[in-house]
Design a protein around this ligand. Structure first.
Ligand code: HMG
Length: 399
């Protein structure tokens, strides 16, 4: 039987980032609370032109350029997001135009808080397993893009757990990165008010400590269900949803408790989880993409040595739903990761002052109504898609 899974990954992050130690100083909080207490060193800050559509398009462009795949191969395009730009028109429709995807393509947006990207990924796996990958006699693949700008109010407890970015993935047969175990997963759901974003607000409302408890309950439920579904209960690494690095450590501790392995926590965390937390610690919470930013970090650090090994993946979306699933790092993944140069977008950023960050955030409210020509001009490199503002009620993009 053929394998199905993640063939390629690429990231897009905003140009600007804030050092969490600078934010801590401005808020009168010891830097240790953010850096060690929450496990976040830097936080990506999206400027007006770096909206979720632009971030998604730039991640997908990079994906095609680095992986050797072509937009003409795409038969399914799903965007996972919880920071949509329209109540009706999906970001996937904008991507269809900006990327020049084929008209014979299923295109839609998936929402369930941070779970939206996983809904897209698992849906794409099912689409391939159902035999939808051949069209006009040519093999087709799926494009799944997770894109978000995470915003909490200035000065709130959630503020140091913001971030922004997009993770784009090709899902295909005979994948070159991760072979997912089709049908071997554990899901969990419960109606809770831990985190949500009312229609009138750009910023999330969150019951922070309750959200941590909901995440851990969901992990226990999904992990138990996965253990029931999987004959082999072992994985050598686990990537968790990472709203902030410390949450992944809390998750791992909770999971080791379920396995009766509490005593192994420190050594097990360093080996099995820490390699996946470098990228998230430089970007912050990217909501739907957070689990896949962690996976990209793990692959960047260890793909070559993990070829053939089994990993676990835990996705959580507030509200809430969760899934624990598993896969195997593909033979040749080490070479593929070198080709993808996953970390490159993180190495080309500009440090912002707290005043610059606050100016961007304070202008946020008007960005979706700003006429073209009134937003700060982006400095564009050749391959960059940017949001320019509104004309005749339509969003306009430089492409
Ligand atoms: P808080 O209440 O200000 O922080 O906000 P705290 O007092 O709990 O401190 C945080 C940690 O720092 C603690 O460690 C302190 O001990 C430590 P812990 O006990 O947790 O191990 N600390 C220090 N460490 C070193 N030096 C110091 C120091 N001082 C304190 N000087 C909270 C924390 C996470 C609640 C807040 O940031 C928040 O509300 N964030 C947003 C919500 C969130 O991220 N929730 C995570 C689970 S829900 C989820 O993941 C879904 C989500 O991604 C959304 C979606 O699905 O769409 C958010």
């Amino acid at each position: 039987m053929t394998t199905i899974g993640i063939d390629a990954i690429a990231l897009a992050v905003p140009q600007g980032y804030l050092e969490l130690a600078d934010l801590a100083a401005a808020r009168g909080v010891p830097a240790g609370k953010y850096v060690e207490g929450l496990g976040v060193r830097q936080m990506a800050v999206a400027a007006a032109h770096e909206d979720p559509v632009a971030l998604a398009a730039n991640a997908a462009r990079r994906l095609f350029a680095q992986s050797g795949r072509s937009p003409s191969e795409i038969g399914l395009c799903v965007v996972g997001t919880e920071t949509a730009v329209d109540h009706s028109k999906p970001i996937a429709a904008y991507l269809h135009g900006l990327l020049g995807l084929p008209s014979r393509c299923r295109v839609f947006e998936a929402k369930h808080a941070c779970f939206g990207g996983t809904a897209g990924l698992l849906g794409a796996v099912d689409w391939i397993a159902a035999g939808k990958m051949s069209g006009n006699g040519k093999p087709r693949v799926a494009l799944v893009v997770c894109t978000d700008v995470a915003r909490y109010g200035l000065g709130t407890a959630g503020e140091p757990t913001q971030g922004a970015g997009a993770v784009a993935m090709i899902v295909s047969e005979r994948p070159r990165l991760v072979e997912l175990e089709v049908g071997v997963s554990g899901s969990y759901a419960r109606d809770v008010h831990d985190f949500w974003r009312p229609l009138h607000s750009k910023e999330a409302v969150v019951d922070g400590h309750h959200s941590v408890a909901c995440y851990l309950d969901a992990l226990a439920g999904a992990f138990d269900a996965w253990r029931e579904a999987s004959s082999d209960k072992s994985v050598v690494r686990t990537c968790y949803h990472v709203p902030y690095g410390k949450m992944a450590k809390k998750a791992h501790k909770h999971r080791l408790g379920l396995e009766g392995r509490e005593a192994e926590l420190e050594a097990s965390y360093e080996k099995e989880v820490a390699p996946s937390l470098r990228f998230p610690s430089l970007v912050g919470n990217v909501y739907t993409g957070s689990l896949y930013l962690a996976l990209a970090s793990l692959l960047d650090a260890e793909a070559a040595q993990l070829e053939g090994e089994r990993i676990g993946l835990f996705s959580y979306g507030s509200g809430c739903t969760a899934e624990f699933f598993s896969g195997r790092i593909a033979a040749g993944a080490g070479k593929m990761v070198e080709q993808l140069a996953l970390a490159a977008p993180l190495d080309a950023r500009t440090r912002l002052s707290v005043a610059e960050y606050e100016a961007i955030r304070n202008a946020d409210g008007g960005v979706d109504r700003a006429p073209v020509g009134t937003l700060p001009a982006p400095s564009l490199s050749q391959r960059t898609v940017a949001y320019l503002g509104i004309e005749s009620d339509r969003r306009v993009y430089a492409n």
